[in-house]
Design a protein around this ligand. Structure first.
Ligand code: ADP
Ligand code: ZN
Ligand code: MG
Length: 496
């Protein structure tokens, strides 16, 4: 039977349980520099096709590349954030292959001597933490973008946009330490968060600045040797990564269970069909005829440079989470939510700096604010409520000047109109009624109107008390201070 014969066998959960998946990810990340890796062309996304090109990135004869130092520094920063050992000297090689998106006929990439080695990333799945090894981080350039669709003559021609050619990338290669699609998902999420926090990349998957290839194999549980791996490409969303892995794991188990063998190959995730499809048989390193690029000097990352990059490293998500728990006394869960992006974390800290109680700031931001932002499809940077205004509102609620329920209404209006809390409270007459005599007048009137319920209360029916509280709250439009209402009602009913 041919190993690529489509699986006709139904894969049962018993079969699935016999095997263990083994996964390693290769992630390409575009570095957030102003100019390309080896020339001065702009990296601006969305510019007119082929407008950001020059003799260097078009591979014209005689043009010489010069490494962009900003790209090197960001690559070092990423490698340090992933706990890698930085190699003081690394070397660019030529990876030769022929394809129209590569005008030089080779891609400049690090091969034998990469920038950094031996890092790790801690992931969390269902509360369980696990370390995934990082084999290497190396620098390389991107290729151009082939456009096979969207033109009137797309049935006959393909177009190429060279703007992306020569963009600075790093490739982050994981060890085959990942065991489930959920772990792969968590790895990519955690990695993305670190790269965003450190400003290494904007990690925009739709624009292609974060791309992930997944290597996957299966082996019988308990086996010590890995199975033959397949590389799945075209996984340009978190969802596709998880789906492609689930599909591929089941496909491989089906092939093995029906007596076949796995061929080492590259498969493409077909989004519409929801399956991986064979693209090409696996290429080997020798196919690429790698050799050191004679046009480029070795990359130097001297200890002094590495130290400087380390000093300038922004606080990483894990460290920020730990600090939030320790300094603000908030729960691990809230700390996780509030540090999900650097911008949200600084919003929270700005609210606290403006005088708010940290715990109530944490809960208002993670519940009310995030819900409104989510409904409005806005990011925290577009939040209409300034941190100082939220802090002011929380103070007003804390001091009992308005009820928590009114606070939510005020917040909602602040979000819609951008107005200050004081303005909304005054205009809406929302100030909490703590004036005992006003509440007492209302309470007496209500008690006088309900002799039946008073009688029930007197015979020990405690439930009726809630009825009276409800009536007073309704009469005061929910603005009466509940403690005062309770105390006054007890007294008035006792006297009735
Ligand atoms: P190649 O020589 O094909 O480039 P590498 O050994 O360099 O393979 O590994 C490339 C990626 O594949 C890495 O992320 C690695 O963790 C992963 N990988 C290696 N072997 C396996 C395997 N048997 N199953 C799943 N993933 C694997
Ligand atoms: Zn250029
Ligand atoms: Mg390899």
């Amino acid at each position: 039977m041919s190993p690529t014969t489509p699986v006709t066998l139904a894969v049962t959960s018993e079969m699935m349980a016999k095997y263990e998946p083994v996964i390693g990810l290769e992630v390409h990340v575009q570095l957030k520099t102003k100019t390309k890796a080896f020339c001065a062309c702009s990296t601006q996304f969305g510019d007119p096709p082929n407008s950001n090109t020059c003799p260097v990135c078009l591979g014209l004869p005689g043009a010489l590349p010069v490494l962009n130092r900003a790209a090197r520094d960001l690559a070092v920063r990423a490698a340090l954030a992933l706990g890698c050992k930085i190699q003081e000297r690394s070397v660019f090689a030529r990876k030769n292959y022929f394809y129209p998106d590569l005008p030089k006929g080779y891609q400049i990439s690090q091969y034998e001597l990469p920038l950094a080695l031996e890092g790790s990333l801690e992931i969390e799945v269902d509360g369980a933490k696990k370390k995934i090894g990082i084999t290497r981080v190396h620098m390389e350039e991107d290729a151009a973008k082939n456009l096979h669709e969207g033109f009137p003559d797309s049935d006959r021609w393909s177009y190429i946009d060279y703007n992306r050619c020569g963009m600075p990338l790093i490739e982050i290669v994981s060890e085959p330490d990942i065991r489930t699609p959920a772990e792969a998902y968590s790895y990519l999420t955690t990695l993305k968060q670190i790269l965003e926090y450190t400003d290494v990349s904007d990690c925009n998957m739709e624009e292609g600045s974060l791309r992930c290839d997944a290597n996957v194999s299966v082996r019988l549980r308990g086996a010590s040797k890995f199975g033959t791996k397949v590389e799945a490409k075209n996984l340009n969303s978190f969802r596709y990564l998880a789906h492609a892995l689930e599909y591929e794991i089941e496909r491989q188990i089906g092939v093995l269970e029906s007596g076949g063998t796995i061929t080492q190959e590259t498969r493409l995730w077909n989004v519409a069909a929801g399956r991986t499809e064979s693209m090409r048989s696996k290429e080997f390193a020798h196919d690429y005829r790698y050799f050191p690029d004679p046009d480029l000097l070795p990359v130097s990352a001297a200890p002094a440079l590495v130290e400087q990059v380390r000093r300038e490293m922004p606080e990483l998500p894990g460290a920020k989470r730990a600090r939030f728990i320790a300094d603000y006394g908030i729960s691990a869960y809230d700390a996780g939510v509030l540090t999900s992006t650097r911008e949200l974390a600084s919003y929270f800290e700005a609210v606290v700096r403006a005088g708010a109680n940290a715990k109530s700031a944490a809960s208002w931001i993670s519940v009310e604010l995030l819900r409104r932002l989510n409904d409005a499809g806005k990011t925290i940077e577009e939040c209409p409520v300034a941190p100082e205004a939220l802090a002011e509102l929380l103070g007003v609620v804390e001091r009992g000047e308005i009820t928590a329920a009114s606070g939510k209404k005020v917040f909602s209006e602040m979000f819609d109109t951008g107005k200050k809390p004081a303005e909304i409270i005054t205009a809406g007459g929302l100030a909490q009624i703590s004036d005992s005599s006003a509440i007492e007048t209302i309470a007496r009137a209500i008690v006088a109107k309900s002799p039946d319920n008073v009688a029930k209360y007197k015979t020990g029916n405690e439930g009726v008390f809630k009825f009276f509280v409800g009536q007073v709250m309704r009469e005061t439009k929910g603005q009466a201070n509940p403690q005062i209402v309770n105390a006054i009602l007890k007294r008035v009913l006792a006297e009735a």
